[in-house]
Design a protein around this ligand. Structure first.
Ligand code: FAD
Length: 485
């Protein structure tokens, strides 16, 4: 039995869980539980009375009912790719992990209405494949797509590379089915795009990081499959130039920019060092690199031209030539094949693993108004260098989101660097520039201190009131998202 210390015999409780989901789906042995109580970053290790793996919403409801009766904490869990320690129990509190990964059915697909209903444990990439089989796309995309689940995506209101065009998980979702902390099941899955019938409970659960209930299924919007794409890696002189490129591309293509990712040289260097099969796309490495993707489903854009290229590619090339003449773009490489496009995306999506592999780093997930990004990066990079840090930045620049990681500069010892001073500097400037300290990864356990310090106290108080009303026993993912008083 697991190491959680209880002064009572938990076997009857475990037996009751097994009666709901079957013995094979209740894990209690340390070795079996180990993987479920450690988060992706390895920063959080804990323990659990049991890991339960339900197959149906009714089973989830019964599990929650059993935990509620015994005042045992419940930790909803998907693919465990969260980066803030939200999906693992907190230490010292008897908890049950409810892993949704067996609830992975696509329940229905409405091709005409362009919606899909999928269960919470569906892996994001599996939903991509399902949509593509129907000549449509589900546009939420990021590096963890092969492991993260749509339940986790909603619980964290995940973003990724395509937010610029399609919005984040919240904007893609038309309704959820969820089990509330007392075991009640709510179903807001009408799939309607207009439904003004009171408080939007779906929006309360999205981004709640499992603190208000367990999402068991959701209905999502789908979009036309692009038939033409143009993917390029650009070198721009200054960050402000990148914003000019973004806006000119949007104007030129009628808003077809799907991704606009900032990849400056230090980050690309780390990727190439850790993954030697990945090479920098430009002969002269870009100080300020941008991975840009434009896509369209308009037949006109997919027309093949005399030289074999497609119309959209030509349009993008035309604009890039103008921008190069103007000195806004310094160099550009356009993907000439699906393989080259895949290579560019592999480079982008390897960054987190590369930084993690390269050594200790402190990861910030921040957002800023587009007009303030250049100011933030210029000022902060200089300050961090003085303190002995090497900032490794990448970002979904198109939507103002930077992943700003602080690593040790060459020859500096991480343990001796003034991390608290650095964090203070970052948060002070962020506040001055109207930025956010958590753009897309959420709060979990790791950002509770910043939340307490920087989030408006009155907003935290309202969050506490909501939590208390819906979860009076504080059993639904306790110790996450809302700082203690
Ligand atoms: C390489 C890499 C790249 C990443 N890139 C991005 C990115 O670009 N954008 C981005 O937004 N995130 C990114 N992430 C973070 C992470 O992938 C997302 O937060 C993801 O949405 C989490 O999904 P999950 O299924 O793994 O959830 P988990 O990690 O299992 O859980 C995350 C949180 O959601 C809660 N939860 C999980 N399932 C449910 C449910 N069914 N009901 C209620 N609560 C639930 C958990 O309790 C926890 O609080 C990245 C992570 C990695 C490892």
């Amino acid at each position: 039995m697991n190491e959680v210390i209880l002064n009572v015999d938990v076997s009857p409780f475990v037996d009751a869980l097994a009666a709901v989901v079957g013995e094979a789906n209740v894990l209690t042995q340390l070795d079996d539980v180990a993987a479920y109580v450690q988060d992706w970053t390895s920063a959080y290790h804990s323990s659990a009375l049991a890991v339960v793996r339900p197959k149906t919403t009714s089973e989830v409801s019964k599990i929650v009912g059993l935990c509620s009766a015994e005042n045992i904490a419940i930790v909803p869990q998907g693919g465990r790719t969260g980066l803030c320690g939200g999906g693992v129990p907190i230490n010292g509190q008897p908890s049950v992990v409810v892993s949704l990964t067996r609830m992975n059915a696509v329940r229905s697909f409405d091709v005409a209405g362009r919606t899909v209903v999928a269960e919470a444990g569906t892996v994001l990439e599996a939903l991509h494949a399902e949509a593509e089989n129907n000549d449509l796309i589900f546009p939420l995309v990021f590096g963890a797509k092969g492991s993260c689940t749509i339940g986790g995506n909603l619980a964290t209101n995940a973003g990724g590379s395509n937010v610029l065009r399609y919005g984040n998980a919240r904007e893609l979702c038309l309704g959820v089915e969820a089990v509330m902390p007392d075991g009640t099941v709510i179903n807001t899955m009408t799939g309607l795009r207009k439904d003004n019938t009171g408080y939007d409970l779906k929006d309360l659960l999205i981004g709640a990081e499992g603190t208000l209930g367990i999402i068991t299924a959701a209905v999502f919007k789908l979009f036309p499959m692009p038939t033409a794409r143009s993917t390029a890696f650009l070198s721009v002189g200054e960050l402000d130039d990148a914003i000019t490129v973004l806006n000119r591309l949007q104007d030129h293509t009628g808003g077809c920019v799907e991704a606009f990712e900032f990849m400056p040289k230090p980050a690309v260097d780390v990727i190439c060092k850790v993954f030697p099969d990945i090479r920098t796309p430009l002969d002269t490495p870009a100080e300020n690199g941008i991975l840009v993707e434009v896509a369209s489903s308009r037949p006109h854009d997919a027309k093949v031209m005399e030289d074999g290229s497609i119309c959209l590619e030509l349009e993008v090339m035309e604009l890039l030539s103008v921008l190069m003449e103007e000195g806004v773009v310094l160099d550009a490489m356009l993907a000439q094949s699906e393989q080259q496009r895949a290579d560019l995306w592999k480079m982008r999506e390897s960054i987190l693993e590369a930084i993690t592999e390269a050594g200790p780093a402190y990861h910030l997930d921040i957002s800023l108004p587009l007009s303030q990004i250049a100011c933030f990066v210029g000022e902060m990079d200089a300050k961090m260098a003085k303190l002995g840090f090497q900032p490794l930045t990448v970002g979904h620049l198109g939507d103002g989101n930077l992943h700003y990681a602080l690593s040790a500069a060459e020859g500096r010892d991480w343990e001796e660097l003034p991390l608290d001073t650095a964090k203070e500097m970052v948060f002070t400037l962020l506040t001055e520039l109207n930025g956010s300290f958590s753009a897309e990864h959420g709060i979990g356990q790791s950002k509770l201190d910043v939340m307490r310090k920087l989030k408006e106290a009155t907003q935290i108080a309202v969050m506490r009131q909501i939590k208390t009303v819906l979860d009076p026993k504080n059993i639904m993912n306790p110790g996450k998202l809302i700082p203690t008083e």
